[in-house]
Design a protein around this ligand. Structure first.
Ligand SMILES: Cc1cc2nc3c(=O)[nH]c(=O)nc-3n(C[C@H](O)[C@H](O)[C@H](O)COP(=O)(O)O)c2cc1C
Length: 325
């Protein structure tokens, strides 16, 4: 398939692997890029810019295809060394950056000057339009279904994607709830030029996470995610577990008085315990409703080949046949 997204990033298939904390290491990014998609290393999972530079080097050894780096701009007061991370990206010869969170405007001139294409992840049409107006090359439109931070508007992709298509000039990919060839065709029918997947890529052979995490995703249904931290306006979709039950109880008990410190045990520093050690009840971790559509743990190449074959069959056969001459 050829779309403005495949052209922009120089990739074979319009499939992107979104940045994922403690999942988006070189192994996964390289596997996705080798399979013809755009793999993405999660910048902030590397604790320092030097470690990110090393991760980029490792990825380069595993693939000669384009891959990107995710840089999430957190709303925290003590911010990470963003200038250092940008330097590591530029020195590492990266040509695709997925930004998320706060407005990336400040960093665009340096990135663009080095020929880097920037795709900003947004959860609303107004943020997507803002990204377009400041010069982002593309956007990733993250619907209410998504794992991670769906924003506060709660608009699902069946509405959000066509609304984005009505307003945007730059290309966009659909993100949130994407799993297979049906998702890709639907996303493209609604105006997207590709799709971004998070949760689906965790349940692959190459994802460098504990087997318990993959099993939890395969076993989960579409009913097993919960929204947490809404009252802090930092809503996150996570997989239900003991820690999440506790967190939700605290939210009920404390109501509008809830502060981040009250739930720190359930949300801070939990990713290494879950993703590396497989301690599945150690805290709240992002997971999409799409878990209900994930039934196996294929290799990344098997997954991407299957998606493309299914998408092409739907367009060329099932949909084509339904047109009455
Ligand atoms: C475990 C996990 C960690 C994530 N971490 C990040 C992150 O650090 N930065 C970011 O921009 N998005 C993050 N995301 C969001 C994904 O990049 C992607 O937008 C989202 O998973 C899409 O929804 P899906 O899970 O339904 O495919 C994370 C998602 C998951 C499931």
């Amino acid at each position: 398939m050829k779309t403005r997204i495949t052209e922009l990033f120089g990739i074979q298939h319009p499939i992107i692997q979104g940045g994922m904390h403690y999942v988006g290491f070189a192994e996964l990014a390289a596997a996705v890029s080798n399979a013809g998609g755009l793999g993405i290393i999660t910048g902030l999972t590397q604790r320092t810019p030097e470690l990110l530079a090393e991760e980029i080097r490792r990825c380069r050894e595993m693939t000669d295809k384009p891959f990107g780096v995710n840089l999430t701009f957190l709303p925290t007061v003590s911010s990470p060394d963003y200038p250092g991370y940008i330097k590591a990206i530029l020195d590492g010869g990266i040509k695709a950056v997925e930004t998320a969170g706060n407005n990336p405007q400040k960093w665009l001139p340096a990135l663009h000057e080095a020929g880097v294409k920037v795709i900003h992840k947004c959860t609303s049409v107004r943020h997507a339009l803002k990204a377009e107006s400041i010069g982002c090359d593309a956007v990733s439109v993250d619907g209410f279904e998504c794992g991670g931070h769906p924003g506060e508007d709660d608009v699902p992709n069946f509405i959000l994607l066509p609304r984005a298509a009505e307003e945007l000039k730059i290309p966009f990919v659909a993100s949130g709830g994407m799993a297979d060839g049906r998702s890709l065709v639907a996303a493209m029918a609604l105006g997207a030029e590709g799709m971004n997947m998070g949760t689906r890529f965790i349940a692959t052979k190459e994802a460098p996470v504990h087997e318990n995490v993959k099993r939890a995703i395969v076993e989960a249904s579409e009913l097993d995610t919960r929204l947490v931290m809404r009252s802090l306006r930092n809503t996150e979709r996570v997989l239900k577990n003991d820690a999440v039950d506790r967190l939700i109880q605290k939210e009920k008990d404390l109501g509008a008085n809830l502060k981040f410190e009250d739930i720190i045990e359930e949300v801070a520093g939990v990713y290494p315990k879950i993703m590396r050690e497989g301690a599945m009840d150690a805290g709240a971790w992002s997971c999409g409703m799409v878990a209900g559509l994930i039934h196996d743990v294929p290799t990344v190449k098997e997954l991407i080949d299957r998606i493309m074959a299914e998408a092409e069959a739907i367009i060329g056969q099932r949909l084509a046949r339904s047109i009455v001459a």
